[in-house]
Design a protein around this ligand. Structure first.
Ligand SMILES: [Zn+2]
Length: 261
């Protein structure tokens, strides 16, 4: 089903409200675009809250980023979107946002690449981390470039998340999945243990993924079947801190503050 320009404009405005309402963006953060045809892309403009846009705030650009229509200026992150449209004929929509938990992982230098939740392995494979690049410059697109071909959701170090899809709804749902999965991962880290899916289970999910979505991603951290053993430290315990260690850390911080006066 091909949507009219008017429908696409309304859809972008609606998705803008959703990412704003869910706290995936603040201020003027984030941007959304859709492929209109072989010549034109419809995009959010710069310097506007994604929660407060109207359909005629959007801008139309070509595949070289030249503005074709719209009274506002195109987003400064347009190159990130164009990279997907040029390299991925299957992609018709791109969403960029800064959802706090997933962006926290990106700022901690961590990819979301652990096989912790079956449906995430099935839908996204893994969510890699692109190295840092200054927003709005070729550095950022260079960092994304090696990943754009195979991944539908990418964390960008010290910045945020970008997702794509065959239509805007699916690109948006992938953004939801990334943030939801980041929260689940964080909970497992707070609990001090992570039971990764076994290699065989991951293989089955990736085979199913391949059947549904075509060649998939395999860069997932797997463990041999994780024994669920006595309470305490599990295989993913590197964030686990004991009460004693915690007290030691607090004492150390207090000491340093005292030394500073
Ligand atoms: Zn951004």
């Amino acid at each position: 089903m091909t949507l009219t320009e008017e429908e696409l404009r309304r859809q972008i405005v609606e998705v803008g409200r959703w990412i704003h309402r869910q706290g995936f963006v603040s201020g003027y953060d984030g941007n959304i675009s859709v492929r209109m045809d072989g010549q034109r892309i419809l995009s959010t403009p710069t310097a506007i809250s994604k929660g407060m846009m109207e359909p005629d705030d959007l801008v139309v650009v070509d595949y070289d980023g030249r503005q074709l229509a719209g009274r506002r200026k195109a987003t400064s992150e347009l190159a990130m979107h164009l990279l997907f449209y040029r390299r991925r004929p299957d992609v018709n929509a791109v969403v960029h946002a800064h959802p706090p938990t997933a962006t926290g992982y990106a700022a901690a230098g961590l990819a979301l690449n652990k096989a912790l939740v079956s449906e995430v392995v099935l839908s996204l494979g893994c969510i890699p981390l692109a190295r840092y690049g200054t927003p709005g410059t070729p550095e950022l697109t260079e960092a994304l470039s090696p990943l754009v071909g195979q991944y539908d959701a990418i964390l960008m170090a010290n910045h945020g998340v970008v997702t794509c899809g065959p239509d805007l709804m699916r690109a948006y749902f992938r953004m939801e999945t990334v943030e939801h999965f980041a929260r689940i991962s964080l909970v497992t880290e707070m609990l001090g243990r992570q039971v990764l899916l076994s290699e065989q289970d991951v293989d089955k999910l990736l085979a199913a993924r391949q059947r549904y979505f075509g060649p998939g991603t395999t860069a997932i951290e797997r463990s041999p079947a994780c024994p669920v053993t006595e309470a305490g430290r599990g295989p993913g315990d590197r964030f686990w801190v004991s009460q004693e260690e915690l007290e030691g850390l607090v004492a150390e911080v207090l000491e340093r503050l005292k030394a500073k006066g």
